[in-house]
Design a protein around this ligand. Structure first.
Ligand code: HPA
Length: 283
C-alpha cells in the first residue's frame, strides 16, 4: 500500500497541463470563473473565445451532469482576460476532492489571481426566495472531506492554510456595489457544502439552519479550499433555486433547480459581468 503522506504528483501534473494550455492560448487569464448548473451563459459573452473540451485536457475530470457543457473557455470579458469553466466535476460523481480541484491548481500555475465561483443552492434561510442571488460570505464544510487532506502540496501553499477570509472581503464589497449599481437585491449568507448526491432530509436542513447555514449545495467548498491554499482570492455567488427540503411542502427535483437558474440567467450574467469588470480595475 502506498503511504498516505507520500509526495503526490499533483504539482507536476498540473504544471504539464498548464504548459499545454499556455501553448494553446495567447492570453494570460487573471480571473477564473467556475459556473454552476444552468449558469454557464456567461461564457457566451466572451470575445475572442478559445474553447477547449475537458476531455482534451490531461487530468481534467469530465462531469456527466446534465446541463454542464464540460469545457474551458478562454477569452476577454469587457477587456479582462478570463478563463471560464463551463461545467464542473462534482464530488458526488465519485471523483476525489483532489481530482475535483485539479483545475484550480492549473489556474494557479497559469497565473490566475481571482476565482469567481457560482452555484445553484437550496434555500435554508426562510427570508430568501427561489430566484434570489446570494453573495457567499463564508462556508460550512459539511462534506466530511477536504481536498488538502494527505500530502501537502508545498509548491502551492502551506500545510495549515489560513481560512479567515475565504470569500475575500474586498471582493464581497465589490459585489455589493455591483448589486446596488444595477438595482439588484443581493442577499449575503453562508453556504453549507454537503457531499450529495441525495438532497437533504428535512432534519438535515434544520441542522444546517441551526449551525448557521443560509443555503445548501453540493459544490464549491472543495474548489474554494484549494483556491485559498494557492493564494487565489475568491468571490462566490449562489443562485437560490429552490426551498430546501421540508421548507415548502414540495418535493425537490433537478428540473426545478434548472428552471430557476434559467429564469434568473440574465440578471446573473449581468452581475457576474459587472463584477469581472470591477475586479479587472483592481489589478
Ligand atoms: N440541496 C443541495 N444542493 C442543491 C439544492 C438543495 O436543495 N438545490 C440546488 N443544489
Amino acid at each position: 500500500m502506498t503511504h498516505p503522506t507520500k509526495k503526490s504528483d499533483i504539482y507536476s501534473r498540473a504544471k504539464t497541463t498548464a504548459d499545454q494550455l499556455r501553448a494553446a492560448i495567447d492570453t494570460t487569464p487573471s480571473i477564473a470563473m467556475i459556473l454552476g448548473s444552468g449558469l454557464g451563459a456567461v461564457a457566451d459573452e466572451l470575445s475572442n473565445p478559445t474553447f477547449i473540451d475537458y476531455k482534451d485536457i490531461p487530468g481534467f475530470p469530465v462531469s456527466a451532469v446534465e446541463g454542464h457543457a464540460g469545457r474551458l473557455v478562454f477569452g476577454e470579458l469587457d477587456g479582462v482576460n478570463v478563463v471560464v469553466m463551463q461545467g464542473r466535476a462534482h464530488y458526488y460523481e465519485g471523483w476525489s476532492m483532489r481530482e475535483v480541484t485539479f483545475p484550480v491548481r492549473v489556474f494557479s500555475l497559469l497565473g490566475v489571481e481571482y476565482l469567481v465561483v457560482t452555484n445553484s443552492a437550496g434555500c435554508v434561510n426562510e427570508t430568501y426566495t427561489p430566484g434570489d442571488l446570494m453573495i457567499i460570505s463564508d462556508h460550512l464544510n459539511l462534506t466530511g472531506d477536504n481536498p488538502l487532506r494527505g500530502h501537502n502540496e508545498d509548491e502551492f501553499g502551506p500545510r495549515f492554510p489560513d481560512m479567515s477570509d475565504p470569500y475575500d472581503s474586498q471582493l464581497r464589497e465589490l459585489i455589493r456595489t455591483v448589486g446596488s449599481e444595477l438595482g439588484v437585491d443581493l442577499k449575503e449568507g453562508i453556504y453549507a457544502g454537503v457531499a450529495g448526491p441525495s438532497y437533504e432530509t428535512p432534519a438535515e436542513v434544520q441542522m444546517v439552519a441551526r449551525v448557521g447555514g443560509d443555503a445548501v449545495g453540493m459544490s464549491t467548498v472543495p474548489e474554494v479550499l484549494v483556491a485559498n491554499h494557492c493564494g487565489i482570492r475568491v468571490a462566490g455567488i449562489s443562485c437560490i433555486t429552490n426551498m430546501a427540503a421540508g421548507l415548502s411542502g414540495q418535493k425537490l427535483s433537478h428540473d426545478e433547480v434548472k428552471e430557476t437558474a434559467d429564469r434568473v440567467r440574465e440578471t446573473f450574467v449581468t452581475v457576474v459581468r459587472n463584477l469581472v469588470a470591477q475586479i479587472g480595475e483592481l489589478s
